[in-house]
Design a protein around this ligand. Sequence first.
Ligand code: ATP
Length: 240
Amino acid sequence: MLLEIKNLYVKYGNIEALHGISFHVNQGEIVTLIGSNGAGKTTTLHTITRVPPPEGPKVFQGDILYKGESLLNMEAHMIVQTCKIALAPEGRHIFGNLTVEENLKLATFARKDHDKVSKDYKRVYDLFPRMAERRNQRSESLSGGEQQMLAVGRALMTGCNFILLDEPSMGLAPLLMYEMFRTLKKLNEEGMTILLIEQNARLALKFAHRAYVLDTGEIVMEGPAQELADNPEVQKAYLG
Ligand code: ATP
């Protein structure tokens, strides 16, 4: 087990957002959390990557274990550097006034494996040729879908082998959406572990190995992704 979330309670100020959730991610898996707006999906990712309060959620009970060790007292930058977990936020959170390449470079600042960094640039540009074409363009002038690619690219440039993806399909036209998911599948086949949250539950369940359904801060269902996709309750509530 790579990541284990144990009975986690989280709040923003006095408002409780997660009420004792438990789930895990095994090495090499693609796991997805699906759920409606406000269910707590982004909160879960921000808790794991330790986005600090006041914007970030505060854990008041439970634990987050990475290879059996608690992450609760670790700061966000240490999570990336030592645990190799990177967050690819929604595309609009990239640095708009920097170019594509500058955004990618920023993610490498703490890396000492310089040979691998050059290979990772190549990998990102191979995976997302559009980023190679736009490498000197300011990121704010990228389309929504291109910003999404950049957010994923930036997570890859950290050198992490576990990525948390926040709505990678957001703003992508259907064709690009499938392309993005094919790219993610390829990364997974090369050894990347992925925890994915998605509004597009149908797509996420098609692509993930296992899934959890989050409903107002609680996990209400879990299982192999295909099984959940075939479940009439899930179909009615989340697959429209
Ligand atoms: P969506 O799919 O709409 O992005 P989500 O499942 O990702 O939803 P979260 O963004 O995690 O849901 O929100 C869970 C709850 O926590 C919501 O009630 C939300 O209003 C609240 N919340 C999220 N971020 C903050 C914050 N920074 N401060 C206060 N409350 C927050």
